[in-house]
Write a protein that binds this ligand. Structure first.
Ligand code: 2NE
Length: 275
């Protein structure tokens, strides 16, 4: 793949090729744990991918393996910068800005695919969870850890998890904080497929290529439809925004808009009241 670097960052890598963007968390020495700067750089990259009309799919992954040979997708929030009020960045301000990133991944009208090699733990596990699809390497390890180390994610991290794997399994995952293999994650419906680690990116690109052959508006409406069931009023807002978009594109909306601009009555009788 002819990856082009979009911008150089300290904590992530950001590339694009053939309608696909790739965001790579690049802190392998910390098992790709995120600090506030990591998250704001990811947020910027995802915003860019959202705005870029040529991009239909975003791959989210972690750099690796580390020099010790171990892989990680993301080990969650960087505990070395966690203060009494949140994760503290270079500006000294405590934040939990990964929540904004979770919402962006869920609401952006592009398909986000997590490519998980090695650990997806804690807030890193929640990141793979909120992606539309997850492809795991056979060395993938999935789990929550908060109740063992003084944290939890009662938002998407628990309620959306329960939507995906069911209430009993979600409670097991959080209450016991076990680690699950890629095969176990597949068996519980937490992820979409498992491939050898050497094939992870190629498999992601294959899925992205298939998606890119399909209708952008259909997939946009489907994503907001899937979200609407779970996301309450903000889910309905996304779905309704797409109805407005499609309406703007109709001859009917164009006639009503033109009539207002031309200070005349719209020709309403031209348009059917469909059954
Ligand atoms: C991920 C895991 C299980 C891997 O274990 P192992 O044995 O393969 O690696 P090791 O030796 O623990 O880690 C390697 C280096 O990465 C650092 C470690 O401190 C270590 O550094 P050195 O000692 O070599 O200098 N590292 C790993 N994870 C880190 C982290 N999260 N923050 C800072 N440094 C980290 C094992 O490393 C592990 O259990 N990691 C901790 C996982 C964790 O506690 N994550 C935070 C959960 S809370 C959260 O993410 C969250 C939330 O609950 C709510 C909202 C938002 C976020």
């Amino acid at each position: 793949t002819n990856w082009q670097e979009v911008k150089t960052y300290s904590d992530i890598l950001y590339h694009k090729a053939d309608g696909v963007a790739k965001v790579t968390i690049n802190r392998p020495e910390k098992r790709n744990a995120f600090r506030p700067e990591t998250v704001s750089q990811m947020f910027e990259a995802f915003c860019d991918a959202r705005e870029d009309q040529s991009i239909g799919v975003v791959l989210l992954t972690g750099a690796g393996p580390h020099t010790d040979g171990k892989y990680a997708f993301c080990a969650g929030g960087d505990q070395s910068v966690r203060g009494p009020m949140g994760y503290v960045g270079g500006d000294g301000v405590p934040r939990l800005n990964v929540l904004d990133l979770q919402k962006l991944i869920r609401s952006m009208p592009k398909v986000v695919i997590a490519l998980v090699a090695g650990y997806a733990i804690g807030g890193g596990h929640v990141l793979q969870l909120v992606c539309d699809l997850t492809i795991a390497a056979d060395n993938g390890i999935f789990g929550q850890i908060g109740p063992k180390m003084g944290s939890f994610d009662g938002g998407f991290g628990s309620s959306y998890l329960a939507r995906i794997v069911g209430q009993k399994k979600a409670r097991e995952i959080w209450y016991l904080c076990r680690q699950y293999s890629a095969q176990q994650a597949l068996d519980m419906g937490l992820i979409n497929t498992v491939v050898p680690v050497a094939d992870l990116e190629a498999e992601g690109l294959k899925w992205a290529g298939e998606i890119m052959q399909n209708s952008p508006l259909a997939i946009r409406c489907l994503k907001s439809g899937f979200n609407a069931d779970v996301d309450g009023q903000s889910g309905i807002q996304e779905l309704a925004g797409n109805a407005t978009l499609l309406y703007y594109m109709s001859d009917e909306a164009k006639e009503f808009h033109r009539a207002q601009r031309e200070k005349r009555k719209p020709d309403a009788r031209k348009f059917p009241w469909l059954p």
